[in-house]
Structures are given as C-alpha cells and as structure tokens.
Design a protein around this ligand. Structure first.
Ligand code: NAD
Length: 262
C-alpha cells in the first residue's frame, strides 16, 4: 500500500517513517511537511530508508493510497478535503480537534474510509475495552477518576486518550460524558457527586504517555494503568490501521474495528 505521512518531520512522523520503512506491505511514497518547513526538498534521513528514497515535500501526495495525519488540529479539515477529492483512505491521529473540525471528519467519512483514534496503540485500545467493561460491571458506587501524564511539549489537555477513556467509562455506564465529566478541581467544590467521572492532566519531562483509570469504592480500589515507553506503539498501530483500510468502503472506523473488537 502506498502511504504518505503528513507531519513527517514531527515526533510521530519520524516514528511512522522508521516503522513504515520496515513493515511488510507498506510503501512510503511521501513525507509531507508544512509549506514553511526549512528542510523541504531535503532527504528524509532514517537508517532503515535507502539513500534518497524520500524527501520532504509540501504538496498534496496524490499518488498515495492512504495518508496518515499526525499534524496540527487546525490543518485537518483541509487535509480531509484533499484526501476526499483524491479518493484516498485516511488515518487520523492528530488530536485536539474542535467540534467544527470533528464535523469535518464525519463529513469526509461519507466519501472515504477513515480510521480515527486519539490513541493508536494496541495496548491502549485494549485498555479502552477493559474500562468500558469495568464501568459496566462495577456501577456508579465505584467513583471513576482518570489521570494522564505527558511530556511538557504537549499542546492539548486533557489528552485525547484520557477523553476516550472517559467516554469508554461513560459508555459502560450508559450515560452521556458531558453530563458527568469533571475536568480538574479547585477551591470549594463540594462533595463529589455520585456518577461523576474526574479527568486530570499532569505535564512534565519527556513522558511519552501514561494513563490510569481508578475505580474507587469504600472497601476497595481498582486501578488500570497503561504506560507507553516509545511512540513506536502509536506508529505501529497507525500503520496497521492504514493496511487494514485497504479495500474498505467509505465510513468512519476506530481501532476497535482495526483490532477486531467490532
Ligand atoms: P509535532 O509537533 O512533533 O509534529 C507535528 C508535525 O506536523 C510538525 O513537524 C509540523 O511541522 C507538521 N505540520 C504542521 N502543519 C502541517 C501541515 N499543514 N502539513 C504537513 N505537516 C504539518 O507533534 P507530534 O508529537 O508528532 O504529534 C502530532 C499530533 O499527533 C498531535 O495532535 C498529537 O497529540 C497527536 N498524537 C496522536 C497519537 C495517536 O495515537 N493518535 C499519538 C501521539 C501523538
């Protein structure tokens, strides 16, 4: 499958190139960066890539069968529009999308197949499943609190993964997350309401991404934790999603579909 990486020089882009260069079935055809990127036209350097195999470009990668987007939320609607015009499959990893940008994803998915996941790692997607099931089984007498930790460069908070975990917990309880979410606490906030789902963000150092979901009752506490030690876990998941998209009809898919949970 011919794959283009959008955001190729970024932290995720570099991991995608490294993992894509050695993954069977993947052919990297474009390393796309923003128009003011200083290394446009220069060779992408990775020990696994043949000499001069790939250079940074800023045009739309029309020859790709699938584009993988790990860029910046504001660019996503335009990227989706271009992919839809070219009939390309789309793996969307960029997080922090506004409601309007999210609508653009739904609109594009009526025309092309899109895998959209705030966290593409296999382990996190298993965690989502465990959280959904746990919330369903344990019920509202177990208070749910989610704590995430990320590196100091991360621009959005809480992380997209923490939001997905909160949604999985709310889905397990068959409630709407908007009605029960509490993002951080400060001051005289009063007693914790039954059924609330707390979400908290820590920032510092070079932490790739830790997420803990705690279920707390009076007599016991369950904590489920995932710790990513390398961005390769996200990159491998995104490439797996791209390969899975081959031949799929237009529609919005998640890693649940890619991993066969649905
Ligand atoms: P980064 O800032 O290191 O990289 C982003 C890259 O995108 C930069 O090189 C930037 O120049 C480039 N870029 C910006 N606008 C562009 C455009 N219009 N066209 C092409 N390239 C453009 O960030 P990062 O750590 O690699 O993360 C990127 C995004 O992916 C963030 O939203 C992050 O939260 C998300 N992310 C998602 C997952 C997941 O599994 N879904 C995992 C890690 C990070």
């Amino acid at each position: 499958m011919k794959i283009a990486i959008l955001g190729a020089a970024g932290r995720m882009g570099q991991n995608l190139i490294h993992c894509g260069a050695k993954m069977d079935g993947c052919e990297l055809v474009a390393a796309v960066e923003r128009p003011d990127f200083p290394l446009l036209g220069k060779r992408v350097s990775d020990p696994l890539l043949p000499e001069n195999a790939l250079a940074y470009t800023d045009g739309w990668p029309e020859t790709a069968d699938c584009v993988i987007d790990f860029t910046f939320h504001a660019c996503v609607p335009e990227h989706l529009r271009q992919a839809a015009a070219c009939g390309q499959a789309y793996v969307l990893g960029t997080t922090g999308l506004t409601e309007e940008e999210q609508r653009a994803v739904h609109e594009a998915a009526t025309r092309i197949p899109v895998v959209w996941a705030n966290n593409m790692s296999t382990g996190v997607n298993l965690l989502l499943e465990l959280v959904r099931r746990s919330a369903e089984i344990l019920g509202p007498e177990y208070d749910i609190e989610i704590v995430e930790t990320h590196h100091r460069m991360k621009k959005d908070a809480p992380s997209g993964t923490a939001l997905s975990l909160a949604k999985a917990a709310a889905d397990g309880r068959k409630v709407n997350l908007k009605d029960v979410a509490c993002y951080g606490r400060e001051g005289i906030v009063g007693e914790r309401p039954v059924g609330q789902i707390g979400i908290h963000a820590l920032r510092g150092g070079s932490v790739v991404g830790d997420h803990t979901v705690a279920f707390m009752a009076d007599e016991e506490r369950i904590e489920i934790t995932h710790k990513a030690s390398s961005r390769e876990s996200f990159a491998k998941g995104a490439l797996r999603a791209a390969l899975w998209l081959q031949g799929k009809p237009a529609g919005l898919y998640s890693m649940r579909h890619v991993l066969g949970f649905e």
